[in-house]
Write a protein that binds this ligand. Structure first.
Ligand code: OGA
Ligand code: ZN
Ligand code: ZN
Length: 454
């Protein structure tokens, strides 16, 4: 297993160098006590003694050299020298006027904020725990060292934050096997839940086994993962069975091609969950196997093997639609989107595709581009449909399948029912924002971090 697009990411980080290499030479200390002094002096801090603060009004930065004796327990975020833009420091003041500890958010508003306010004085307490900045307008700010070091603008601190929030850097190729988690374990142990969420983030798919087969199980599970299930035009959750008057292609017994759910929504549900209430293994359901395919992996393959077709999928948008009637009453959705979306550093960060939700009207496309687009779609679908991109498995009663609906396409083989048996899946969604939020809090709790160190 390896990271997708690691080269792209590395080059992105190398571009993160904000400051020219010699920025330190231009720093000078503003006299920490003589507020009126406009002159500057070179400052040579003694790392073994007290912290040293330097302010550069021309560059609008403040730097602190911390004594090594201050390292203490925050070793993971420790840095010997920190750098802060002055505008950011003023904006980030943690005093009771500028910050509300109850809501943990800013109460300094732009109407009262002057991004050019000069520093009158700046100092670090003798125990190196607190930086105090007095501004020319009389406002006084103070910040704890631990809080500051996590938010420092030095290259290493920025890299650490970039890595923590990187999107595709965490994505891993799967091994064409579905990793399985035990339902009751992950409902009762936070460490198992965190492992599951990490796995979903990195690999985009997994299976939960031994879940109860009541209809209430899925909402309870969604609550554990994200706080709640995310609704759609098909309801807070939806029942996938062969129905006599189907409002969606999934509600038939036919073949369902590889697709991303809700491709007709611009706000795509992030994670799809299918809970298998019933799919007996006694031969009474013939067919009905699930297909899942890694869209990121297929895109990476096409990028190398068919660059022109890859480019077509990233630049020529398709209309997806959904027309009918269900939970929300009558609906008509239209979403125009490229099959592959590139982020600001050229990585594929979202896949949008659905054969059954593809609009018949595509005349926003210039006619001479249409042939190339169709060929690109065919190559994409063929790439998805074979190793290493595809997994085929058959869900059993009590299984739950979780998929990253930005990345992984899914489908199903047609099925036949013998006698009175039933194939019945209960489906729902959760959103990545809530999942990531839950992951961060679980990680923080596991590390024992307070807000200071996040
Ligand atoms: C769906 C779906 C797959 C299946 O409901 O969106 O893709 O196995 N169902 O029925
Ligand atoms: Zn303040
Ligand atoms: Zn689906």
């Amino acid at each position: 297993m390896h990271c997708l697009h690691s080269t792209t990411l590395k080059s992105a980080f190398s571009r993160l160098k904000l400051l020219p290499g010699r920025w330190c030479h231009r720093l000078f200390s503003r006299s920490l006590s003589s507020a009126s002094s406009k002159s500057s002096a070179w400052h040579r801090p003694d790392a073994s003694a007290a912290a040293a603060v330097s302010v550069d009004e021309a560059r609008r930065t403040l730097s602190v050299t911390w004594p090594s004796s201050a390292q203490g327990s925050t070793a993971s975020h420790w840095e010997a020298a920190s750098l802060f833009p002055l505008a950011w420091l003023r904006d980030s003041c943690q005093c009771p006027t500028c910050f509300n500890p109850a809501t943990k958010s800013r109460t300094l508003h732009f109407k009262d904020f002057n991004p050019r306010v000069p520093v009158r004085s700046a100092s670090v307490s003798p125990d190196s725990s607190t930086l105090t900045v007095e501004w020319q307008d009389g406002h006084r700010s103070s910040y704890s060292r631990q809080w500051l070091q996590v938010r420092s603008f030095t290259e290493s601190a920025r890299r650490r934050r970039g890595e923590a929030l990187a999107f595709t850097a965490r994505k891993k190729q799967w091994s064409q096997e579905l990793t399985e988690f035990d339902y009751s374990e992950l409902m009762s142990k936070d460490s198992v839940l965190l492992e599951l969420l990490h796995h979903l983030d990195c690999f985009g798919c997994l299976l939960v086994r031994q879940s109860p087969t009541e209809l209430g199980t899925l909402p309870k599970f969604g609550q554990r993962l994200a706080g709640f299930l995310a609704p759609s035009n098909y309801g807070h959750s939806f029942e996938v069975k062969s129905k006599s008057d189907p409002s969606n292609a999934a509600y038939t017994s036919g073949y369902l091609g590889l697709h991303i759910d809700q491709s007709f929504y611009s706000r795509r549900p992030g994670v799809q969950i299918l809970h298998c209430i019933s799919q007996p293994t006694d031969g009474s359901i013939q067919g009905g196997e699930s297909l899942i395919a890694d869209g990121f992996q297929a895109a990476a393959i096409m990028r190398r093997s068919h660059p022109d077709h890859f480019q077509a999928l990233t630049t020529l948008p398709i209309d997806f639609n959904d027309y009918g009637s269900d939970f929300v009453g009558d609906f008509h959705f239209i979403n125009r989107e490229t099959v592959l979306r590139l982020n600001s550093i050229g990585e594929v960060d979202r896949v949008t595709f659905s054969g059954h939700s593809r609009d018949y009207n595509q005349n926003h496309l210039e006619p001479e581009k249409v042939q190339l687009l169709y060929e690109a779609l065919k190559i994409f679908y063929e790439t998805l449909s074979k190793p290493p991109c595809i997994i085929k498995h058959k869900m059993q009663t009590g299984h739950m399948q979780l998929l990253d609906n930005r990345r992984v396409l899914h489908g199903r083989l047609a099925f036949n029912v013998i006698g009175t048996a039933e194939r019945f899946l209960h489906g729902g969604y959760v959103e990545w924002d809530e999942v990531y939020s839950r992951m961060r809090r679980l990680e923080e709790a596991a590390r024992g971090d307070a807000r200071e160190a996040q």
